[in-house]
Design a protein around this ligand. Structure first.
Ligand code: TYM
Length: 336
């Protein structure tokens, strides 16, 4: 665990919600990049469990999902000794700064968030205030650590732009307080689409479980989902317009194997979609196999998990407290 954030390296912050299913989209769009960035940046990562209650959670499975997410990220290669990796609700500064930032975020800005519009349609019976103000909490997560860079998938870009606007507004009123963060969106894997409706992003909240692949899905389930993936009638393995399904499968194959779309097209020239889908499924199975093995080791080693999330939360609290105190002083609070 780093004693302090080293000056020379830039700071990265990112987080993922602990839903029951961490998908291939989360992995290729976010997690895998986090792992690669650990050596070149001072990385701080979190399981965003405060964010997760904007939709109703069953307490027993919620608790298990938080621990599963923690163990899974370690299995993917997050090293908490190098990159503090904590559970968001263990670090109280997040909720505190979120409240403050709510007062510097406009109703109109939040109303324009496409994720809010989508989710409030999907959960029409529970359009709660948390769902609406969720981006201020995400801004707090990032700004507390004075992050330079935030690795995310394409779907989080709008929230990041809002974060920058909030930070600039605050800095404009009180003078330089927050670092203005840049998004880091990888070229490959930044938007993995649904296997059943490739015009939509792959999402764990999709009711059709054939539309997403979970990192912890068994090999036969992964193969079945890829074999059922929706394609088109052209039967040519090549990126093209109106071929969203095949484009998505080529994107996944490319992200997993490191081959370019052109190399994949040459490799599968003259072969049908059936062969290609099988090959993509097999490549994904091979990618997740070692992760699944390590996951089983971590989830059965509760003491190690507890030790790591405690240490990381302590570190995060100390660091984030600096920003929170600075913010409170600037606003004019009496500091206890
Ligand atoms: P979440 O939990 O929905 O997703 C976590 C990360 O996975 C990326 N992602 C995808 N990438 C490619 N293709 C997909 N189909 C796909 N689906 C998801 C997301 O872009 C994200 O990077 N609000 C955030 C969590 C969060 C956060 C933060 C992120 C909370 N605080 C601070 C960055 C910084 C969320 O709900 O992500």
């Amino acid at each position: 665990m780093p004693e302090t954030v080293q000056e020379k390296k830039k700071v990265i912050f990112s987080a993922i919600q602990p839903s029951g299913t961490i998908t291939l989209g989360n992995y290729l769009g976010a997690l895998r990049n986090w792992v690669k960035l650990q050596d070149d940046y001072n990385c701080i990562f979190a399981v965003a469990d405060l964010h997760a209650i904007t939709v109703r959670q069953d307490p027993k499975s919620f608790r298990q999902n938080i621990l599963n997410a923690y163990a899974l990220f370690l299995a993917c290669g997050i090293d908490p000794e190098k990159s503090p990796f904590f559970i968001q609700s263990h670090v109280h500064t997040h909720a505190e700064l979120a409240w403050i930032l709510n007062c510097y975020t406009q109703f109109g800005e939040l109303s324009r968030m496409t994720q809010f519009k989508d989710k409030s349609q999907k959960h029409a019976d529970n359009v709660n205030a948390g769902l609406f103000t969720y981006p201020s909490l995400m801004a707090a997560d990032i700004l507390l650590y004075q992050a330079d860079v935030v690795p995310v998938g394409v779907d989080q870009k709008q929230h990041l732009e809002l974060t920058r606007n909030i930070a600039e507004r605050f800095n404009g009123i009180y003078g330089n307080t927050f670092k203005i963060p840049e998004p880091y969106i990888s070229q490959v894997g930044a938007k993995i689409m649904s296997l059943q409706d490739p015009a939509k992003k792959m999402s764990k909240s999709d009711e059709n479980s054939n539309s997403w692949v979970a990192i912890l899905d068994k090999p036969d389930v992964i193969m079945k989902k890829f074999k059922r993936a929706v394609t088109d009638s052209e039967a040519v393995v090549k990126v093209g317009e109106g071929k969203d399904g095949i484009n998505n499968l080529i994107g996944i194959m490319s992200a997993v194997t490191g081959k370019t779309a052109d190399e994949i097209a040459i490799e599968f020239e003259g072969k049908g979609y059936g062969d290609f889908k099988t090959a993509v499924g097999e490549a994904v199975v091979e990618e997740v196999r070692p992760i699944q093995e390590r996951f089983n080791d971590y989830i059965n080693n509760k003491d190690y998990l507890v030790e790591q999330y405690h240490k990381s939360a302590e570190f995060a609290l100390k660091l984030s407290q600096r920003t929170l105190s600075k913010v409170m002083k600037k606003i004019g609070y009496v500091i206890p």
